[in-house]
Ligand binder design. Structure first.
Ligand code: SAM
Length: 226
């Protein structure tokens, strides 16, 4: 085992002991995806410190426990078609691709991920290619608050930036029996909101408190804090 694999295993075991991780599909995915390939080269030694790390352009790769919690709340299944808003480094997209495509015997699942900063979308594409996930992930540049109507409806939608409210296009693009996970709140503190569509109705439940960088766009915030 490489030193990174040892560190990865140790961190995931700690997250299981702390009660953050229970879902075996999510545990397998987090054990499989090499997070060290999704952080800037000069920060690789910190890849398995459980904290957000800068990836440039005032953006971050989320802490591993936050990726664990959000992925558990999303509950992706092999074969799902997923939309992620906020590609960043591509790490969360790789974790989702591991479950929906790699854990599916027919590799049917796919992840569409949208990033508003073109340079980060390129960074994510390079990282996903290095880690071997690029065939299962389509990286798009644009305003993810509008969703991606071309490939809707989605079984699962995850937003990894802080929204003032749930963007209506994302609700419209959620499939029957689909689930959406999104941090909603002000610019300084949010709470995860989980929305499910069942029998044509929407069911909402609040999760843990969290702090994300802002979701900027037509149905997001209109400015950044410096
Ligand atoms: N999921 C990422 C990862 O695994 O590295 C971390 C996401 S980072 C916390 C939030 C990202 O959302 C930033 O890269 C930011 O540029 C992006 N973002 C903010 N508003 C957006 C929008 N309207 N559409 C797409 N991406 C957006």
């Amino acid at each position: 085992m490489s030193s990174f694999e040892v560190q990865r295993k140790r961190l995931i075991e700690a997250l299981i002991s702390a009660g953050y991780l229970k879902n075996s599909k999510v545990i397998r995915a987090l054990l499989s995806v090499p997070r060290e390939l999704f952080v800037p080269e000069e920060l690789r030694e910190y890849a398995y410190v459980d904290s957000p790390l800068p990836i440039g352009y005032k953006q971050t790769i989320s802490a591993v426990h936050m990726v664990a919690i959000m992925t558990e709340e999303l509950d992706p299944e092999p074969g799902d078609i997923v939309l992620e808003v906020g590609t960043g480094s591509g790490y969360q997209a790789a974790v989702l691709a591991e479950i929906v495509a790699r854990q599916d015997p027919m590799h049917r699942g796919h992840v569409y991920t949208i990033e508003r900063i073109p340079e980060l979308a390129e960074f994510a594409k390079r990282n996903l290619a290095k880690a071997g996930y690029i065939d299962h992930v389509t990286v798009l540049v644009g305003d993810g608050t509008l969703g991606y109507p071309e490939k809707a409806p989605f079984n699962k939608i995850i937003v990894t930036a802080a929204a003032p409210t749930v963007p209506p296009p994302l609700i419209e693009q959620l499939a029957e029996n689909g689930r959406l996970v999104i941090p909603v709140g002000d610019l300084y503190m949010q709470r995860l909101l989980i929305v499910e569509r069942r029998g044509g109705k929407l069911y909402k439940k609040w999760g843990i408190e969290c702090v994300f960088v802002p979701l900027i766009g037509e149905y997001g915030w209109k400015y950044t804090i410096s």
